[in-house]
Write a protein that binds this ligand. Structure first.
Ligand SMILES: Cc1cc2nc3c(=O)[nH]c(=O)nc-3n(C[C@H](O)[C@H](O)[C@H](O)COP(=O)(O)OP(=O)(O)OC[C@H]3O[C@@H](n4cnc5c(N)ncnc54)[C@H](O)[C@@H]3O)c2cc1C
Length: 426
C-alpha cells in the first residue's frame, strides 16, 4: 500500500486524508497542535450561497464525509443573514471530535504535537519529514496542508501583533510550510491597497457574556443583527480576508452568528466601544483573546500549483486549502483537499492525474483562481463560492444551484459520480 503523509490537520488536510484513504493509501496526518480543524476550530459557516453547490458536487463525487458531519453537527440550518442565504452553522465545540473519530474509523493515523520543521530529499523527491524532537515519517507522496496563517512575526509585522488566536503559535510553534522546506518559492496575497496579508474576518464573543435577550435570539434564530449608533461604527471591511462579508451591512450593524460562541462578523472591535452597546455591557472575547485589538493574519505562503494540485517545481508534493491559493473557506479547503489527496495516490501509483471538469463549480474555481493569481490585480482579491467575485462568476456561468438533483445530474454527466469513493486500481 502506498504511504501518503498529510502535513496539517485543518479542513484541507482532513479532506486530503479521507480522499487518499478512499483511493487506497495508508494515510498519516501530522498536526502541530493538539486538535484537528486548524482555523476551522473557530469558523462554522457552511453551505451559504455557492458553497451549497460546491458541497453537493463533492458529495456526489463520493467524498462528502466532512460536509455530512458538519450538516449533522449544525446548531442552525438554512438560516439567512445579510448577503447570505441557506447557511448552516456547525458547532465549533463538537465538530472537531466528530471529525477525529471519523478519520480514525477510516483507518487514518493522526499524530498531534508533530510540527514538521525538516525534510529529507533525494533528487528533488521528499523521502521523509521530521519534527524538532527528531520524530521522522517516511512516505511515497506528501500533501502540504499547512495553511497560510502565522507565524507570530507575520501577525506582528502586518497586523496588530499576536492577538492570541486559536492557532496558539507561542505554545505549539508557528506554521512551517512543507513547500517552503522543499525550497519552492511561495507567493503572498495582499489587499486592494497593496499591503500584504489579510486579517481573519470574524472573531468570537463568549456568548454567556451577552444579555439574555441576545442569547435568546441567537438560540432561536442562529443570527442577531443589532444596528449600531453612528458614533460606535468601526470600519474594518478592507482588512478582511473574507470579502463576501465586506458589505456595508457588516459595518453598520453588529452581526452575530451562533456557532457555539457568538461569532462577531468583523475582524476585531474595540472592547470599550462594544461595551457601550446595550446588551454588550459585559462582553468579552473568546477568540482571539485580544479581539478588541486585532486578529490573525493569513495568506503569507501559497504554493505554485497546477490544476491537479501538484506543487510546481516539486516531485512528490501536492497542496490544498489556503496553501493552494486565494480560495477562502472551509468548503473551499475541503474541495481542494479532496482532489489533492486523490491525486497524491494516483501519482504514487504512476497513474494519470485528474482535474475536476470546469463545467462544475469546484473545477472552475480551482482553474479560475490559478489564472487570476497570475495577474497582479488578482493577487489582491480573495475567492470563495459564498460571495464576492467568484460567486458572481458562478451565477454568470450558471454554475450556482441549490437543486441537489440537478447538481448530482451534472456531476454524473461529467463522469465524476463517486470518482473519489473508489480505490484506484494498481
Ligand atoms: C477566525 C476565522 C473564522 C473563519 N470563519 C469561517 C467560516 O465561518 N466559514 C468558512 O468557510 N471559512 C471560515 N474561515 C476561513 C477558513 O477557516 C479557512 O480558509 C480554511 O479552513 C483553511 O483551511 P486549511 O486547512 O487550508 O488551513 P488551516 O485551517 O490554517 O490549517 C492548517 C493546519 O496546518 C497546521 N500546520 C501548520 N504548519 C504545520 C507543520 N509544519 N506541521 C504540522 N502541522 C502544521 C496548523 O496547525 C493547522 O491546523 C475562517 C478563518 C478564520 C481564521
Amino acid at each position: 500500500m502506498k504511504k501518503v503523509i498529510v502535513v496539517g490537520g485543518g479542513w484541507a488536510g482532513c479532506a486530503a486524508a479521507i480522499s487518499a484513504r478512499k483511493a487506497g493509501a495508508e494515510v498519516t496526518v501530522l498536526e502541530r497542535m493538539d486538535m484537528l480543524l486548524g482555523t476551522g476550530l473557530v469558523g462554522g459557516i457552511m453551505r451559504n450561497n455557492g458553497r451549497y453547490t460546491a458541497a453537493e458536487e463533492i458529495i456526489a463525487m463520493g467524498c462528502g464525509d466532512l460536509f455530512e458531519i458538519c450538516d449533522k453537527s449544525s446548531r442552525h440550518i438554512n438560516i439567512e443573514f445579510p448577503g447570505h442565504k441557506h447557511a448552516n452553522l456547525y458547532d465549533v465545540g463538537k465538530t472537531p471530535g466528530q471529525v477525529m473519530r471519523h478519520l480514525l474509523k477510516l483507518g487514518i493515523k493522526v499524530v498531534f504535537n508533530m510540527r514538521v520543521s525538516k525534510i529529507a530529499t533525494d533528487n528533488g523527491r521528499i523521502l521523509s519529514v521530521e519534527d524538532s524532537r527528531g520524530n521522522i515519517y517516511e512516505g511515497d507522496v506528501f500533501v502540504d496542508a499547512t495553511g497560510t496563517a502565522g507565524p507570530i512575526k507575520n501577525c506582528t509585522k502586518y497586523g496588530n501583533g499576536c492577538a492570541m488566536c486559536i492557532l496558539r503559535c507561542p505554545s505549539f510553534g508557528g506554521r512551517v510550510s512543507l513547500t517552503g522546506l522543499a525550497g519552492i518559492e511561495e507567493s503572498m496575497g495582499g489587499k486592494a491597497d497593496g499591503s500584504i496579508g489579510a486579517m481573519s474576518g470574524s472573531c468570537k464573543l463568549y456568548k454567556e457574556s451577552l444579555s439574555e435577550e441576545i442569547q435568546k435570539e441567537l438560540k432561536e434564530k442562529g443570527v442577531a443583527v443589532i444596528p449600531l449608533p453612528k458614533d460606535l461604527i468601526e470600519d474594518h471591511l478592507d482588512a478582511k480576508a473574507c470579502q463576501q462579508y465586506a458589505l456595508p451591512q457588516f459595518r453598520d450593524n453588529i452581526i452575530l452568528l451562533d456557532t457555539g460562541h457568538a461569532k462577531l462578523m468583523t475582524p476585531y472591535y474595540n472592547l470599550e466601544t462594544l461595551r457601550k452597546i446595550p446588551g454588550f455591557e459585559d462582553a468579552r472575547f473568546e477568540d482571539p483573546y485580544a479581539g478588541g485589538k486585532g486578529n490573525s493574519m493569513r495568506y503569507f505562503a501559497m504554493a505554485p500549483r497546477d490544476n491537479y494540485l501538484k506543487v510546481e517545481g516539486a516531485e512528490n508534493l501536492f497542496c490544498c486549502g489556503e496553501k493552494a491559493g486565494l480560495l477562502v473557506g472551509h468548503t473551499e479547503a475541503i474541495v481542494t483537499g479532496t482532489l489533492a489527496g486523490h491525486n497524491s495516490v494516483r501519482y504514487a501509483l504512476g497513474k494519470e492525474l485528474i482535474t475536476i471538469p470546469e463545467g462544475l463549480a469546484t473545477g472552475d474555481a480551482i482553474s479560475y483562481v490559478k489564472e487570476e493569481m497570475s495577474k497582479p490585480e488578482g493577487m489582491t482579491k480573495k475567492y470563495t463560492f459564498s460571495g464576492s467575485v467568484y460567486f458572481e462568476r458562478m451565477k454568470d456561468l450558471n454554475l450556482y444551484s441549490i437543486d441537489s438533483a440537478e447538481i448530482w445530474k451534472r456531476v454524473e454527466e461529467y463522469g465524476m459520480k463517486n470518482i473519489f469513493a473508489r480505490a484506484i486500481e494498481k
